[in-house]
Design a protein around this ligand. Sequence first.
Ligand code: GLP
Length: 241
Amino acid sequence: MKIIFAKDYRQMSRKAANIISAQVILKPDSVLGLATGSSPIGTYQQLIEWYRKGDLDFAQCRSVNLDEYVGLGASSDQSYVYFMRSNFFDHININPANTHIPCGVNPNEKEECARYDALIRSLGGIDLQLLGLGPNGHIGFNEPDDFFTKGTHRVHLTEATIQANKRFFECEEDVPAYAYTMGICDIMQAERVLMVVSGAGKAGIVKEAFFGPVTPRVPASILQLHKDFTLVADEAALSAL
Ligand code: GLP
């Protein structure tokens, strides 16, 4: 595990974007595992800026996103497919046909989860997986539990996650109760994992996840066992260490 210190959110975003751009330059047809939430937005903005300057080319890249709310489709501005288009895909030259997100409006849970795992396999796995960190230690939507779930699955979101994510919705009642998420094995099999974390509100969970025991009660703690895991965090997020 490598920890890269950043002064603030902006510097964290630039450092993370540097790592992703090196990946894309070294392997133009990389499979990028992508994340939503407020943490990676600055990273996407930096990548867009470098793309506009002509320094980056996403034409051959493929992407797989971590998760999606069950019941939300592309037309819903709270869906992760909408988030990814408006914050990243619409501003770079990635081929939309090569961007993949679990289908929140597929009511057939078994079929959707099997389809997504087969898709990741058919792409040859993930070269670099970008992650944020949920306030309860979740990655993607892998919530604290008694066990790690390996593959893509449908998850009942915890009250803590609903509370944390309600800021993106008009009211708490609008936050979907379920989501599809990649599993822990999908994430752990990525060649490289890169996490961005910012703010004092995450300081406690950063300490627990990366300096405490590996436990499904803190899903991100499994990343301590990954062969190439890099945490880029700002001073506030690292303040409890
Ligand atoms: C959501 C996403 C996670 C993300 C988390 C943290 O729950 N499913 O992938 O890491 O939010 O969000 P933020 O970066 O806004 O704190």
